[in-house]
Design a protein around this ligand. Structure first.
Ligand code: GDD
Ligand code: MG
Length: 331
């Protein structure tokens, strides 16, 4: 069975982290998100994953040597220009010759959803497309779904305005599609699956939704990316992995509290790291204080960095204080 994974977004909301690394290749506790996703799809019986990209595939090659991951074959579908979510699904599916029921997944979602359950529900409901739904407190940044008793989607509202809907069930970004859904997507033009294809399927009564309460997070914004990391090392999601990579050099008198310290990271004497993610390449100088932040660059001696994102090419000046900033700030 095939899955199309959407990985072609620009990761704008995670800049500067996504300046050199596509969002799905960012590591969550030492493993690129996309690897976690491919393994979850494999468990559900997916044999072939087509990565739908709007740009160069090279960054993904390091995660998938020989275009394989375990028993799963990895294919690349590089759009000549970004085709938006619907256009990308159709482009990838046509290129790969998909002609049977297939799975689609947003590449920036981390979830414990049992994808085989979604596939079974799709067949039981007998619809053209079935989307995974998850409840959230604030649905405004998502596709919000109103659903009827038999699982049929009555309304799909992408990024609703306040007052548009009372539903707190959102599109979780994992779908099961019949190939006939592709007939609704014109080739080679940008089309949003959420604003276009799903709207047509709703009007025709051919879109179903299946809600679960599995762990679910969209890592598109820095706070969520940080949360996804901290949830793992705090044991909120599954068994706790090792938070500090053995190749990191952490000074004996540095203080590290509930943080991810990636391979090769250096933490100097007297530094304090709390509720943070230090990505590969990060360097924290002596007596620096890093809290609630994601750091890929350098934090100078004695500097304070709180609720910040520090890009790989940035050095925080020694002794300076930064709160709630992106460094550098790309606007
Ligand atoms: N190949 C390709 N081409 N992929 C794309 C393109 C494109 O032109 N545009 C976006 N993508 C990919 C992104 O990389 C991401 O994996 C996925 O499509 C969704 O795009 P996001 O930019 O992350 O969308 P979102 O998070 O605002 O909203 C989407 O996900 C929510 C759940 O996380 C929507 O599907 C919402 O309805 C949904 O609730
Ligand atoms: Mg997203």
């Amino acid at each position: 069975m095939f899955a199309v994974v959407l990985v072609g977004g620009f990761g704008t909301r995670l800049r500067p982290l996504t300046n050199d690394i596509p969002k799905p290749m960012l590591p969550v506790v030492h493993r690129p998100m996309i690897v976690d996703l491919v393994e979850r799809l494999a468990v559900a019986g997916i044999t072939d994953v087509v990565l739908a990209l709007g740009f160069r595939p090279e960054p993904f090659a390091s995660a998938f040597v020989n275009q394989r991951h375990g028993d799963v074959r990895i294919h690349y579908a590089v759009e000549p220009e970004p085709l938006d979510t619907g256009g990308a699904i159709a482009f990838a599916a046509r290129l790969a010759g998909i002609d049977d029921t297939f799975v689609v997944a947003n590449g920036d979602v981390i979830t414990d959803l049992d994808v085989s359950f979604l596939i079974n529900e799709h067949h039981r409901l007998g619809t053209t497309a079935t989307i995974h739904l998850t409840p959230v407190d604030d649905p405004s940044a998502f596709g919000v779904v109103e659903i009827g008793a038999a699982g049929v989607v009555h309304r799909f509202i992408e990024k609703p305005q306040p007052g548009d809907t009372d539903s707190n069930l959102i599109n979780g970004g994992t779908y099961v599609f019949e190939p006939s859904a592709l007939d609704l997507i014109k080739p080679d033009v940008p089309i949003s699956v959420e604003r276009d294809t799903f709207q047509t399927l709703v009007r025709q009564g051919r879109l179903a939704g299946v809600s679960t309460t599995d762990y679910w997070i969209d890592t598109g914004r820095p706070e969520q990316f940080l949360q996804a990391n901290l949830d793992l090392i705090r044991g909120v999601r599954g068994p706790k992995p090792v938070a500090t990579d053995p190749t990191a050099v952490v000074s004996a008198d540095a203080i590290v509290i509930e943080s991810v310290i990636s391979a090769g990271v250096v933490v100097g004497p007297g530094a304090s790291i709390a509720d943070s993610v230090l990505l590969p390449g990060a360097c924290i100088d002596a007596d620096a204080d890093v809290r609630g932040s994601i750091v890929a660059g350098r934090v100078g001696a004695g500097a304070t960095v709180e609720a910040c994102v520090v890009g790989s090419d940035f050095s925080v000046v020694a002794g300076s204080v930064h709160v709630g900033q992106r460094l550098p700030n790309h606007g």
